[in-house]
Write a protein that binds this ligand. Structure first.
Ligand SMILES: Nc1ncnc2c1ncn2[C@@H]1O[C@H](COP(=O)(O)OP(=O)(O)OP(=O)(O)O)[C@@H](O)[C@H]1O
Ligand SMILES: [Mg+2]
Length: 252
């Protein structure tokens, strides 16, 4: 396995799912074998890949019921891309997990057994920093933090990075395992973008040069239950997510 990537930010609605599904597609279309794990009871990655009614098992079957990854994966319509789906019952399962031993390591341990079938694993996280996200952080060796350009997304950002650093270990060099991705970006909003640059100045060495522009058509893609890369090859969103895929591949 080359990389296990957690797409994480406790702030809601910043593009985690859009990034998880499209990065997974980008890597799969580039010929890599990819596993997308939906670790969010909202199940947006599952729905966004058109898989809501197509999976027998769910991610909680790994976390709580001890099933192996290979029993739980389903194939998506995109070649080379499998998914472990989520559904709303993941919320309840999360409460059960609180009473279990080694609860933070469940996903990590499951992935340890799964070294041959995939080149990349992408984990789409819920907007919080609870037991599911801690599982994601222990399981991964790379972290992608999407943020939009809103004030509420960037205030408290340093705290988020500090928390992640605490979990990944202060000895590790953050440049080796974390990148920040600016999403829902509009180049016409000059004043806002200058402010965003100021907010991210202290992290400049880990901000990706690819930015994901505000994509028209993303809602139609959601209705079609397809990532924008599949829904509309000519969309600027497809161009941006292809650029992101290439930039990350150049780092790895
Ligand atoms: N690049 C983009 N351009 C325009 N709209 C976008 C873009 N990325 C995401 N959105 C919109 O923002 C909303 C939130 O996106 P998304 O679901 O990817 O965020 P999230 O961080 O996964 O949210 P949550 O925290 O609820 O899981 C979506 O409904 C989507 O329509
Ligand atoms: Mg999401």
């Amino acid at each position: 396995m080359k990389k296990i990537i957690s797409v994480i930010n406790q702030k809601g609605g910043v593009g985690k799912t859009t990034t998880s599904t499209n990065l997974s597609c980008g890597l799969a279309l580039a010929g890599f074998r990819v596993l997308l794990i939906d670790l969010d009871p909202q199940a947006h990655s599952t729905i966004g890949m058109g898989m809501a009614d197509h999976c027998e098992y769910f991610v909680q079957d790994i976390l709580i019921n001890g099933r192996d990854i290979r029993e739980v994966v389903c194939k998506t319509p995109t070649e080379n891309l499998d998914i472990i789906a989520a559904n709303i019952h993941l919320s309840k399962a999360t409460n059960t997990l609180f009473n279990e031993h080694f609860r933070e390591m469940r996903l990590h341990n499951a992935l340890l057994k799964e070294t041959d079938n995939y080149d990349f694993v992408v984990i789409d996280c819920h907007p919080s920093l609870g037991i599911l996200e801690i599982n994601a952080l222990y399981a991964c060796n790379f972290i992608l933090v999407p943020t939009d350009t809103g004030r509420y997304s960037l205030e408290g950002f340093a705290d988020l990075i500090d928390t992640i650093r605490g979990i990944m270990g202060s000895d590790a060099n953050i440049r080796d395992y974390l990148r920040i991705l600016v999403t829902i970006f509009d180049s016409r909003e000059k004043g806002i973008n200058d402010w965003v640059d100021e907010q991210l100045a202290e992290f400049s060495e880990i901000v990706l040069s690819t930015k994901i522009r505000k994509i028209t058509g993303i809602k139609q893609a959601q209705i079609a239950e397809q990532p924008i890369m599949v829904y509309d090859e000519k969309s600027p969103g497809t161009e941006d997510y292809n650029k992101l895929t290439q930039e990350l591949l150049s780092i790895w």
